[in-house]
Design a protein around this ligand. Sequence first.
Ligand code: CMC
Length: 431
Amino acid sequence: MENNGIIRLGDENFDFPIIEGSEGEKAIDLRTLRGKTGFIAFDEGYGNTGSCESGITFINGEQGILRHRGYPIEQLAENSNFLESAYLIMYGELPNEVSLRAFERNILSNGTLDSNMQPLFEGFPLCAHPMAILSALVSSLSTYHPEYATNNRKVDLGHFDAASAILMSKVRSIAAMTYRMKLGLPMVKSDDTKSYTEDFLSMLLSKPEIPFEDTCGAANALDLFFLLHADHEQNCSTSTVRMVASSGANLFASISAGISALWGPSHGGANMAVIEMLESIHASGDDGSRFVEAAKSGQAKLMGFGHRVYKNYDPRAKILGKSAVSVLDKIGLQDPLLDIARRLERAALEDDYFISRKLYPNVDFYSGIILKAIGIPVEFFTVMFAIGRIPGWMANWKEISENPKSRIHRPRQIYTGSNERNFVKLEKRAQ
Ligand code: CMC
């Protein structure tokens, strides 16, 4: 639906179309702003900028709503699994039995890494961060599968199906191999008779001579974790993927950039930071109240709290909070970090600082407790986020690559540097 909005600049009125999304969210279409007025829109951090039209994920941050392709996250968490939801996110509809089985087969049968990749793992220092290795090796997949890595603005659906299966499958093998190299453990081969998540846990956590056995529902809990991370609209890493894709870069290169964007503590790195925060609170003997005070005075950040879009409870945090309790119950584990997290949550939700700023637990607040209980090393938490987010990144790559109207992303800036000046030779510069 389109009509016009008027912007007044000085004495002049300018007409701009109004765009309305399918859930009623409105935007002023400013694509002709500079041409018509000489002004650009300044929106550092993009809090008010719609960078694209997208049919993948809908979020209403005020009401705490998250839907993929129209399906509420609560229903997907209850009834679906990671691979089925990945199909939905990537292709737009829930698969029928035949398409789902073909999709799963394609992914499960792609777990083995090219043998030439082995020396790449060996080339990294043992202290290398797994996100650095993941980003580098996902980019390197383009060299092992050049037929699916052509840089082209037009997506070939057959190539996309093949490249996406390679990526979704091998990202697990890369993560598992990285972990095992660090510990000096031999590689465990991918087994395509297992489910996606069971196979991953087996590649990651099997000990020499003792194959991983899932005695406490770890695969289900991790599968739910992956599902809940599968997409989240135009966040930092997804916008990065779209930005890179807008230049025509191939899927592997674009996703590798997304992985780098996810690494930071304001984004995916927060799940690691939450556990580090809970552990340091625990070690200091604080019941959480001192930390809340430090967060209020700006000396610390309550990691896993706050969100650019959610001004209400993140629906994924609600589901993960319950899942954390159930995982710990099944394992029969009493984790003091869960008690601290619950206390921090209660304290923050009753405190005016957090209430007035609408700061609620986000997806990262409870996820680390689950990952830790399953046995995932803390350094790999953000890698788990990345594995979960791959379908969303790929769906966004596909959407932008399929859109004949999409243009290279190229924002402008307000220049605040020096005005023109003459070059000063080295010998004449002040020492
Ligand atoms: N603890 C204490 N104060 C906070 C927090 C927090 N976690 N988050 C925001 N604030 C305060 C902030 O200091 C500011 O206060 P004031 O108005 O007095 O200056 C106000 O709330 C608004 O915050 P902001 O930084 O302008 O908000 P933003 O939208 O730019 O940042 C955020 C969002 C998620 C980066 C931020 O809330 C944060 O750093 N949270 C902790 C890190 C975290 O959990 N990140 C995961 C995000 S969800 C998963 C993902 O997307 O990857």
